[in-house]
Every structure is written in C-alpha cells, then in structure tokens.
Ligand binder design. Structure first.
Ligand code: ADP
Ligand code: MG
Length: 385
C-alpha cells in the first residue's frame, strides 16, 4: 500500500524525523490561508499523487509570494501530471502540499527496503541525491552504499557512522543522522513498511539534516494490525480494477499488454505469462483467482478483465486441483452471458471435472476457443489478437 508524501511526512513527524512544515490543500481549501499560516517568504507547491518524478513533470513549483502560491496550486490541480512513473496517460492531481521553502546546501539520497538477497532490512544511501538514483547506481555504483541490518540486533552505531560518512556529513549533521536513522528504522519496523525513500534528504544552508521528500510503502499483509496506516489509504489513487479485485480478494496486477489472463494459482499464472511472452504476446494483467475459486469469484474476475478496454483477447488457464473445473466454467459462462463479449476467449481447463467443464462451455452462447494444452492455449490467444 502506498501513501501520499504529506501523509508520509506526518508519520515522519510522529517519529521525530525532521521535515519541513506544510499543509495539504484540496480544490476546496484556501491556499492563501495555508501559505500565510506557514509564514516565511518562500513556499513550495507539490502535487500529491502516488508517483515519483513529480519535479521533472512540472508537479513541484517554488514560489515567492502568496499570490504565486495560489496560481501554482491552481495550475498543478488542473494538470494531468505525466512523470516517468505514471505512464503516458498521466495522473489527475486532486491534492497539493504547500510547504515552507528550505534553503538547500546539498541533496542526498536515503532509502530502506526489505532486501531479499540478505533476507534483512537494508539501508541504501548516496551522496548523489536529488537526481535519478537509478542512474547513479548504473553509472557510478561506488557512490551508493548498501547497509543490511540484522533484524535481531537492529541498527548498530558503527553502521550509522558508516552511513553518515558515505553521505559526506560533517559537524552537527553527523549526530542528527544518527538520531534520524534510528527513528526511521523504528518507523520502518513498527509500521510494517516495505519501502521508505527520502530523495532528497538535504543538508540545509544552516547545516541541518531534513527530509525534503518522503515516500512510504507498506506491507499489505500487515494491514490487519496497522489500522491507522490503513486509514491513510487513498482509493482514488489506485487503479480502479486493482481496487475492485482487492475487495473481491483476488490477486490482480495490471500489466502493459493486451491479453487478459485468468489463472488459478500464482505459479501457474507466472508460467502462463511467461509462455504468452514466449510466443510473442503480452499479458494485460496478472490474475490469480486462487486455489478455492468459486463460480462467483470467477465471474467477478472475468468481469474485471472485461472492464479493461485494452484487452483484445482473453486466456483462461485453470488447473482443477482443489477447485473444480466445472465450477470455473460455470462462473465464466455466467459472466460471459451477461456481457457483450467482443474479444476471443481461449480456454484451457485441465484436471478435476475437466470434461464436465467442456460440456458447460460448449453449451453456452459464447464461442470459446478450447485449447488442448498450455502451449496451444498461448499460441491460440496470440493468434486471436
Ligand atoms: P519528486 O521526487 O517527485 O520530483 P521532490 O519532493 O523530490 O519530488 O521535489 C523535487 C525537488 O524540488 C527536490 O529535489 C528539491 O530540489 C525541490 N524541493 C522539494 N521540496 C522542497 C522544499 N520544501 N524546499 C525547497 N526545495 C524543495
Ligand atoms: Mg524526490
């Protein structure tokens, strides 16, 4: 789960991590009042969307008067923000953060994530922040420090010293980094975060350390015990089909292709997508209806795929182990019967009650393309495009 920058910064404040003062405004709020309350003579108006790279896309503006702040907020709220992370269609901006301007001496990079290779939380940092970190890592990997943290021991003092050194910090910022790192790590663990990124972390003109940007992602599987985090969810920022799928307890992830996929079991779903790619196609989604799929959840899943206008053909690949094929066929036939189907549907059903399933599909009003095996199914769906 993702949250907005203004929400991440509030969590930072709660854990004692320095961030600039700011106020979130929607279209209904007065930007003038927000800027006046914040005071000072420089403000930054920042688009609040669940995507990074906003600065380059025109979603972050530095202003020097209240009038300019109002104008910038209006412009940004009317913007369809396109960044490297939004895709070409961009994002509607519904909220902006009005923040006090910070006099920057130096921009650094800091993140925490769960590293699969070391099976541990890891801190990644670089003296070269502010710009695209991927580029720094690719061209000058020696400028990036990776510090895995033993979860049983926590963050050790020698590690914070090593990080402060890698960030090139001197003076009071070294001590501030020690406190900030331990507060960030506490936040990361206590709130079940899966990713935390500060780019840029800055040293101000006065030599202090402050988080100028804040990105937080949380582990969905932990949300049952993180009610206050879950309350920060902004469904409007999520892909509507992904939101529908999560309500129906389906694992659905939108991808870039045009072949809709419905599969039971994550492993089979991965294999199916690999095979589609192998025969020259591109999946529009990952969708695992789960081992115990009911006719109703299959129907729901099928509707979600059909609602995706990019889908030009559908592949249903079910292995009837726990789930019975006839039940799946029933769900598919019912869903298909209720909508106007404009694309080919290739079906591969194998396992428990596969024969009954075939009879159901043949008896339905839809012209299903029945495949004999997985390879055949992938080839048929690609040629149906
Ligand atoms: P994004 O990463 O989405 O582009 P950032 O929050 O990192 O958005 O903002 C982009 C840039 O804008 C930062 O690298 C920084 O130079 C500048 N900036 C952001 N917030 C402030 C602020 N409060 N004061 C001064 N400059 C800021
Ligand atoms: Mg940033």
């Amino acid at each position: 789960m993702n949250v907005h920058e203004y929400q991440a910064k509030q969590l930072f404040r709660d854990f004692g991590i320095p961030v600039p003062n700011g106020k979130m405004c929607t279209r209904e709020d007065s930007v003038r009042e927000a800027a006046q309350e914040l005071g000072g003579d420089t403000w930054v108006v920042k688009a609040q969307v669940h995507a990074g790279g906003r600065g380059k896309g025109g979603g972050v503006r530095v202003v020097r008067s209240v009038e300019e702040a109002e104008k910038a907020a209006e412009d940004i709220l009317n913007l369809r923000l396109v960044t490297a992370q939004t895709g070409a269609e961009g994002r509607e901006v519904r909220k902006v953060l009005i923040e006090e301007g910070v006099a920057i001496q130096k921009e650094l990079y800091l993140s925490m994530l769960v590293d699969r290779a070391s099976n541990a939380p890891m801190i990644i940092c670089s003296e070269a922040g502010g710009v695209e970190i991927e580029e720094v890592a690719a061209k000058t990997p020696e400028k990036v420090l990776q510090e895995p943290i033993d979860p049983a021991l926590g963050l050790r003092t020698y590690q914070t010293r090593r990080i402060a050194q890698a960030l090139g910090l001197t003076g009071p910022a070294v001590r501030q980094a020690g406190k900030m790192l331990s507060d960030l790590y506490r936040l990361f663990v206590e709130k079940d975060a899966s990713m935390l990124e500060i780019n840029p972390l800055v040293v101000t003109e006065s030599g202090d350390l402050i988080a100028l940007d804040a990105k937080l992602q949380f582990d969905d599987n932990a949300m049952f015990r993180q009610k206050d985090v879950l309350a920060l969810r902004d469904v409007e920022e999520e892909d509507p089909l992904e939101a529908q799928a999560s309500e129906a307890d389906l694992s659905y992830i939108r991808l870039d292709g045009n072949i809709g996929c419905m599969v039971n079991g994550a492993g089979l779903a991965m294999a199916t997508m690999d095979l589609i790619q192998y025969v020259g196609g591109a999946p529009a989604n990952f969708l695992d209806v789960g081992g115990g799929a009911s006719a109703a959840s299959v129907e729901k899943a099928f509707r979600i795929i059909l609602a995706d206008t990019r889908v030009k053909a559908i592949l249903i690949n079910i292995f009837g182990g726990i789930v019975r094929c006839d039940r799946v066929a029933q769900g598919v036939a019912e869903a298909a019967g209720n909508v106007e189907l404009k694309v080919s549907v290739v079906v591969r059903l194998e396992g428990t009650n596969a024969a009954e399933a075939r009879t159901i599909l043949e008896g339905s009003s839809i012209d299903f393309v029945v495949a004999n095996n997985l390879r055949d199914a992938a080839e048929k769906v690609v040629s149906a495009l």
